[in-house]
Design a binder for this molecule. Structure first.
Ligand code: CP3
Length: 352
């Protein structure tokens, strides 16, 4: 019989190793952010959002804010998926109230030449991780992350968040160019994640937020293969931290993703059927998700009922309680507190 894992091992890591619990670990995407008044106060002090992400003291503080308030089992480093294009030499900024904007896509060869330098330009995020790990209780896990190459490529091609039509058209019109861009992102992302793991990230998550709308062969080429390649390269560097893959919107292709990508955990989006999650659990995957962030904001009896349903439908197997997409800025704190207390049995606290 294998020895029992140390009770101090964070519950999130135990779940990703395949353990099922009476009460699953819980954390929320975007648990740090505008839903918290203390975040808004901190944010007001930053020059801009990118500078905030690159300031280890402020970013560590933002990462820890929700951990002080709520009994979450994990912290996710405060950063953004668009730090990589910037580190590769494509300028990124955020227009107030509108979202990200990127300068025109540089030639792919120019981006490729910046791969070596990019990891060093992201060293601030490593320092944030070190600071957080030093302050976080040992039974709470620290998550590092990066965007999936396709999702990041859509922003690099289109220059903003969008319906991704130009990016998909680019994939058909200039397949070699797109494959070369994806390869640059695979390599820079793998190095970035290795750096994060060496700086204290115990779990690595790939946010493929725009996995929807891809035909099967495109999904294989732009999502499945690049994710598998990133994990291969991270493992080749000796990093053993478990991966969570989040192919948001992949729908009927999630099974193929879980089959082909060696992630320990699959994050499911809001529409994921109960049967899909159980099927993945039966195949040895830990699943995460999938409470609707709009329902969290709405609250009330429908929220309570959905929380019970999720715990019931997936709680028998390895499961991480989370949302299907990030916390919305206008979500009442009382709703977050209520759900997290229901899952953990522990109340939230007003920060001092
Ligand atoms: O989950 C977390 O708390 C960790 C930090 C995190 C952020 N962005 C902080 C952030 C993570 C994991 C991300 C990922 C991210 N960033 C994704 C993938 C996940 C998803 O939500 O689909 C994407 C697509 C981005 C790109 C991005 N960053 C957009 C489109 C925006 C603007 C939209 C918005 O909410 O303002 C951001 C900004 C951003 N990233 C904020 C935060 C807290 C808000 C910026 C602010 O405070 O002004």
């Amino acid at each position: 019989m294998s020895s029992l894992p140390d009770q101090k091992t964070p519950r999130l890591l135990r779940a990703l190793a395949g353990e099922a619990f009476e009460r699953p670990p819980v954390w929320f995407m975007r648990q740090a952010g505008r839903s918290l008044p203390e975040y808004r106060a901190l944010r007001a002090r930053a020059k801009d959002f990118i500078a905030f992400c690159h300031d280890p003291e402020m970013a560590a503080e933002a990462t820890l804010q929700p951990m002080r308030r709520f009994p979450f089992d994990a912290a996710i480093v405060f950063a953004d998926i668009l730090l990589i294009p910037r580190a590769l030499g494509q300028d990124v900024w955020f227009e107030a109230g509108e979202g990200p904007r990127l300068a025109a896509l540089p030639p792919i060869e120019a981006l490729a030449e910046q791969i070596d330098a990019s990891t060093g330009r992201l060293a601030d995020i490593g320092e944030t991780l070190q600071r957080v790990r030093a302050e976080l209780e040992p039974d709470r896990a620290l998550i590092g992350f990066a965007g999936g190459p396709w999702t990041v490529a859509t922003y690099m091609i289109e220059g903003r968040g969008s319906e991704r039509e130009a990016a998909r058209a680019f994939a058909y019109a200039e397949p070699e160019k797109l494959d070369a861009l994806i390869e640059v992102l695979v390599e820079s992302t793998a190095r970035y994640l290795v750096m994060q793991a060496r700086s204290g990230a115990q779990v690595l998550k790939l946010f493929e937020s725009w996995a929807e709308g891809l035909a099967e062969d495109m999904f294989e080429r732009l999502v499945v293969q690049p994710h598998a390649a990133i994990i291969d390269r991270v493992r080749a560097a000796g990093v053993t931290a478990p991966f969570i893959g989040f192919p948001r919107g992949a729908g009927a292709l999630v099974d193929a993703y879980a089959e082909a990508v060696p992630v320990e955990g699959v994050a499911l989006d809001t529409q994921a059927p109960a049967a899909l999650g159980r099927r993945l659990q039966a195949q040895g995957k830990t699943i995460q998700g999938a409470l609707d962030n709009l329902l969290l904001r709405q609250g009330g009896a429908a929220l309570d009922a959905r929380v019970e349903q999720l715990l019931e439908q997936w709680g028998q197997g390895p499961y991480i309680f989370n949302l299907g997409h990030g916390v919305l800025p206008d979500t009442p704190i009382a709703h977050i507190a209520r759900v997290v207390e229901r899952v953990t049995g522990k109340p939230a606290r007003e920060p001092a």
